[in-house]
Design a binder for this molecule. Structure first.
Ligand code: C2O
Ligand code: CU
Length: 552
């Protein structure tokens, strides 16, 4: 295993991700940030300088479990103090498992401002992937708003509430085209994109005929759930969130914010043509046009327009299609099975609520707010004022009607910290419900830090935990993942083992939803956390305690 060193500087810069010039957050003058490529077992060192001038920053390594290094998880107010302007913080952690990952800002809504990039981990030297391919293509998907994240954050927390609307563009590897289409001939009412600048040039994926390629696809969208299809080509799903899955063949894949997949594609179509890769919106009425990329069969010119129209991704509200895809994801043989039983069950009801005229998302009727002093340091030092007195509820009333708007929409805020005992097995039941408006229930992709979990099952309606619900759970080959969706009006059951001391966020990966409180915290065996580096805790009450002579 190797140590891999990176020196990064995060700064605001002018950029035209969809051909309209805006200010975004880049790394070393690039957008998206540089790709990290490593082998399983390597140690990554990122020396991160904050050159944002007037705001703090942190970076989260999404999908990396940070075993033994919870202070490197990069979550502001949870695992570390935000890095001040002009300061440098070094992230040092081991990438223990091969897979397709990414990194992103985890302070306020900085992810939506463009702070993200790919993190790809190959198998350790001398090992082999359990499938064969001739080449690899990387697709990091995101969505893009023309409004600044500052305006977005103020809108979301203002009274009356101002919804930020749908993103203006979808981006592939940070590139999209606003107000024009690469395939206008096939798109009603669209105008053909003319010459575009390099920052928003179409993404071209060069391939040779009759070969197999591994497409690595990850989504770091702020809001949009996506679907990806490649004209005339089948996709074989082989990896999800850094875990191998039992391979299955599909025409298109759904990909929610926080998900990553590898799919194999064989270039067995007419080699005289190029083909479109199409990325469209799922789960919300799409006001954002699809993103397109060109699968370029060499030696055709990249600029040769595909003869076929771009594949049309399924209708946004075809949930049967989404469930069919999601339910097919099973662990590859050889994946560790879940423990047969759990020590604890935490049920989390997801609702949209009101608080003093503000709109919030709540979990068991409490909307999460983050503290001034990050939990990892304050819990490790045992600082008294850290947690609110009452621990959050572990269940919700069976009388709650998930099919209707909340009868009493009022909610409160709180820390939502669940304290987990070392090595216990925890089941989480995520229950979806109707939002404030009638007949509205959205998809929420929940992401867990510090762990993979087994996805034991899904169901429609209210989870009762009775024999029928339990019979739906899959203990035989549930997939291991770090992100799982709840479908509208449905439930999802996850299981994980609390074997990684630290303080871990568990939240909806939709950036505006997290901003509006949709998350909880798992404080796991914090007494077993090793020595926390001083730079991670030099703020708030932990800084005071350290100055007064306390020891971590
Ligand atoms: Cu990728 Cu807490 O998120
Ligand atoms: Cu959500």
């Amino acid at each position: 295993a190797k140590a891999r060193h990176f020196k990064w500087e995060v700064s605001n810069m002018f950029w035209s991700p969809d051909c309209e010039e805006k200010v975004l957050i880049g790394i070393n003058g690039q957008f998206p940030g540089p790709t990290i490529r490593a082998r399983a077992g390597d140690t990554i060192h990122v020396e991160l300088k904050n050159a944002l001038h007037t705001e703090g920053v942190v970076i989260h390594w999404h999908g990396i479990r940070q075993i033994g290094t919870p202070w490197a998880d990069g979550t502001a107010a949870i695992s570390q103090c935000a890095i001040n302007p002009e300061e440098t913080f070094t992230y040092r952690f081991v990438v223990d498992k091969p897979g397709t990952y990414f990194y992103h800002g985890h302070y306020g809504m900085q992810r939506a401002a463009g702070l993200y990039g790919s993190l790809i981990v190959d198998v350790a030297e001398g090992e082999e992937e359990p499938f064969k391919y001739d080449g690899e293509l990387n697709l990091l998907l995101s969505d893009w708003y023309h409004e600044s994240i500052h305006t977005q954050m103020v809108s979301l927390s203002s009274k009356p509430f101002r919804w930020i609307g749908e993103p203006q563009s979808l981006l592939i590897n940070g590139r999209g085209q606003f107000n024009c289409s690469l395939a206008a001939a096939h798109t009603q009412g669209a105008k053909q994109c003319g010459a575009v600048n390099r920052q928003c040039a179409p993404v071209v994926l060069p391939v040779q005929p009759n070969k197999t390629y591994r497409l690595r696809v990850a989504s770091t969208t702020s809001l949009a759930s996506l679907n990806l299809a490649v004209g005339n080509h089948k996709l074989t799903v082989v990896e999800a969130d850094g875990n191998y899955v039992d391979p299955f063949v599909v025409d298109d894949i759904d990909i929610y914010s926080g998900d990553s997949y590898s799919v194999l594609l064989t270039t067995n179509q007419d080699p005289s043509s190029n083909y479109w890769v199409s990325v469209g919106v799922r789960g919300r009425q799409p006001k954002t046009p699809p993103a397109l990329a060109v699968l370029n069969y060499r030696p055709n010119r990249a600029s040769k327009l595909p003869s076929l129209a771009p594949p049309v991704t399924p209708a946004w509200n075809d949930y049967a299609h989404s469930k069919n895809f999601t339910y097919r994801i099973r662990a590859r043989a050889g994946t560790p099975p879940p423990p047969a039983t759990a020590d604890r069950r935490i049920e989390l009801l997801n609702t949209q609520n009101k608080m003093d005229g503000h709109i919030k998302w709540s979990i068991n009727n409490v909307s999460m707010v983050l503290p001034a002093t990050p939990y990892l340091g304050s819990l490790k030092l045992g600082l008294k004022s850290t947690l609110t007195a009452a621990r959050p509820a572990e269940t919700f009333s069976r009388a709650y009607d998930v099919t209707r708007p909340p009868a009493n929409p009022n909610t409160t805020t709180g820390d939502n910290v669940y304290v987990l005992r070392h090595n216990t097995t925890v089941d989480v039941v995520l229950q979806n419900a109707n939002a404030l408006a009638r007949d509205v229930s959205e998809v929420h992709p929940w992401h867990l830090h510090g762990h993979d979990f087994w996805v034991l099952g899904y169901g429609d309606g209210a989870y009762r935990g009775d024999a029928a619900d339990v019979a739906r759970l899959n203990l035989r080959d549930p997939p291991l993942r770090n992100t799982a969706v709840i479908f509208p009006y449905g439930w999802t059951v996850l299981r994980f083992v609390a074997d990684n001391p630290g303080v871990w966020a568990f939240h909806c990966h939709i950036e505006p939803h997290l901003h509006m409180g949709m998350g909880v915290i798992f404080a796991e065996a914090v007494d077993r956390v090793g020595k926390v580096p001083k730079e991670a805790v030099s703020c708030g009450a932990t800084a005071n305690a350290l100055m007064a002579g306390d020891h971590l």
